[in-house]
Design a protein around this ligand. Structure first.
Ligand SMILES: Nc1ncnc2c1ncn2[C@@H]1O[C@H](COP(=O)(O)OP(=O)(O)O)[C@@H](O)[C@H]1O
Ligand SMILES: CC(=O)N[C@@H](CCC(=O)OP(=O)(O)O)C(=O)O
Length: 299
């Protein structure tokens, strides 16, 4: 009699697929917003993995919406053009010239690069920015930083840095319904007619909330939120986040990330997760396996 049992490696593949089945059933028809950070984009191999993950989500009936960053890429372009740049509280001070360059890099080259990766992986992506179909309306934000002498917080003019005040997700739903994967650059018009540069985490959180996303993922270049000793904090609520910000454990680019997670879950997103974009296929592993990764932010 021949032995028809598959070899252990093949069997393990089948087990992985059956492990994913309840998650596929639970999330069919749901919207997932994935924020793809500029730091996570550097490696072409990882970019291919990311695009495959997004296409796989779409193939199993989930509606992924990608919102991307590009901070390091904007920084590189500003440097090439000899334009100085600085950050206050994780936000880039953006004068008129910087706003123009940021839009060129974000809504131009990076947006279309991601659309291209998704096409390579067999999906159909449509690249847009917050300006298209009035997806996002922005309002100018004021920065805050401690005065170097007194330590007292003072207001700083950040120029054309905006935050979303209105999101009309109609276009996103229409695209998703028709089988497309929306890819959104974090640039929007203000009601004053100016172009605003929006932190990509903030943009993604506002879109996740407006779409009633079941899940919101932020892919970055660290394991998640780390404590002072560099250990991973796997679970955080708003109270603990406020403490970690106050004692300086959370700083720089991690500030808009945790703030946007807190605000997204407060507005009804089931869970927000900060994930390590350096791990191949981290999005799939988080969604379809029992062992979650990164830092989960909940209410
Ligand atoms: N407590 C913390 N845990 C992890 N990273 C932190 C923390 N505080 C500050 N950071 C910084 O935040 C960075 C992630 O934000 P950012 O550079 O804006 O990433 P992205 O380009 O992916 O949006 C990390 O690389 C790290 O330098
Ligand atoms: C206002 C502001 O800071 N805008 C960001 C937009 C890009 C971004 O957020 O990119 P990452 O997600 O890669 O950091 C910037 O100019 O860098």
């Amino acid at each position: 009699m021949t032995n028809h049992a598959p070899d252990p490696a093949t069997l393990a593949k089948a087990e992985t697929l059956t492990e994913a089945l309840p998650y596929m059933q639970r999330y069919a028809g749901a919207t997932f917003v994935v924020k793809y950070g500029g730091h996570a984009m550097g490696d072409p191999e990882l970019a291919r993995d990311f695009a495959e993950d997004v296409v796989l989500l779409k193939a199993v009936g989930i509606n992924p919406i990608v919102v991307h960053g590009g901070g390091p890429q904007i920084g590189a372009m500003l440097k090439r053009l000899g334009v100085e740049s600085k950050f206050v509280g994780g936000l880039r001070v953006t004068d008129a010239e910087t706003a123009q360059i940021a839009e060129m890099v974000l809504a131009g080259s990076i947006n279309k690069e991601i659309v291209g990766w998704i096409a390579q992986a067999g999906g159909k992506a449509v690249g847009i920015s917050g300006k298209d179909a009035n997806l996002v309306t922005a309002r100018k934000v004021t920065g805050r930083e401690p005065d170097p002498n007194s330590g007292i917080e003072r207001h700083v003019d950040l120029g054309f840095v905006g935050e979303p005040v209105g999101v009309d997700p109609t276009l996103l739903f229409d695209l998703s319904r028709q089988g497309f994967i929306p890819v959104v650059a974090p640039v929007a018009n203000g009601s004053d007619g100016h172009t605003y540069n929006i932190n990509a985490d903030t943009m993604a959180g506002a879109i996740a909330a407006a779409c009633g996303a079941a899940r919101f993922f932020l892919l970055t270049d660290v394991a998640g939120v780390l404590d002072k000793q560099g250990g991973l904090l796997t679970d955080l609520d708003p109270k603990r986040i406020a403490e970690l910000k106050a004692d300086g454990t959370i700083s720089g680019g991690m500030i808009p990330k945790v703030d946007t997670c807190v605000s997204a879950v407060a507005q009804g997103v089931d869970a927000a997760v900060i994930l390590d974009g350096r791990v191949p296929h981290v999005t799939l592993l988080e969604i379809f396996t029992r062992g979650g990764a990164g830092t989960l932010v909940h209410r």
